[in-house]
Design a protein around this ligand. Sequence first.
Ligand code: CP
Ligand code: NVA
Length: 312
Amino acid sequence: MQHFLTETDFSLEQAQEVFSLARTLKASRLNGPQPLNMQSWGLLFYKSSTRTRISFEVGVNELGGFPVVLNSSQTQINRGETIADSAKVMSRYLHGLVIRTFGHDIVEDFARHGSIPVVNGLTDFNHPCQLYTDLFTALERYSPDAVDIESLKGKKVAFFGDCASNMANSWIVSAAMFGMEIALAGPETFAPGQAVVDALNTAGLPVNYTFTTDPSEAAASADILYTDVWVSMGNEAEAADRIEQMMPYQVNRQRMAEANPDALFMHCLPAHAEEEVSREVLDNPQSIIFDQAENRLHVQKAILAKLVEINT
Ligand code: CP
Ligand code: NVA
């Protein structure tokens, strides 16, 4: 069974096919193929969501399937039913399952115990649907006539803030996979952790990111400046301390000026303006945040279609 729990679950060739399909699906949104015809896909959320929830619900529908949205707190999981039993039961009704949760082991356990494809809609460790969307959105700029993953090679991404977060981990793995340079800048206590090094080693990818506490060093000559909230879901108790420590890593006019003149500003959203990014940068023409948000729909439709194709 092919799942999509991490960026490297697809080969580079498959990733290219996903991006090309996303481009086709974007161009023919309401009269595209319906590979999920008569299928029902569960969308199981342990955490809040706006983009992931809506884009998957709409996307499953547009692919001809029926989305079953589940809040974990309203299922028997919340009352102690095991992941193993839940996965086996859900596999008897559903044709696939998208999960947003806390520990990455939860999506792995669903994949191991169930018999349907599992898609990672964000864990504490990573957010691969967002990353594939981010790469696709950058590729719309870098290779507008035909999406070509080769045009990512050598591009420099600068990531600011919580460099041990799910978004940072996903960027580190993706940069290694697609041949990009990545420099991360944040407080020493928020440097990338061992888990992402282990993920790179497991995937056979080079450990080639750099981490610095100097935001100007990371921004220098960057092609993409990326940031994410300083307080991820689950970290709320540390909010005040995190905000104080991360203030020097705000992406603002100065950071943009240090990067390449045509650098893109990207953010997975939701954003906290004047914390991780200034309002001025969010609203700047170099900011492509709403293209990213829209593209979640097209790219995830392509991911689901690819999984159905591979698993059939
Ligand atoms: N970027 C993202 O995953 O947004 P949501 O939390 O709104 O789903
Ligand atoms: N790092 C953020 C991403 C939200 C899409 C979080 O986990 O809350």
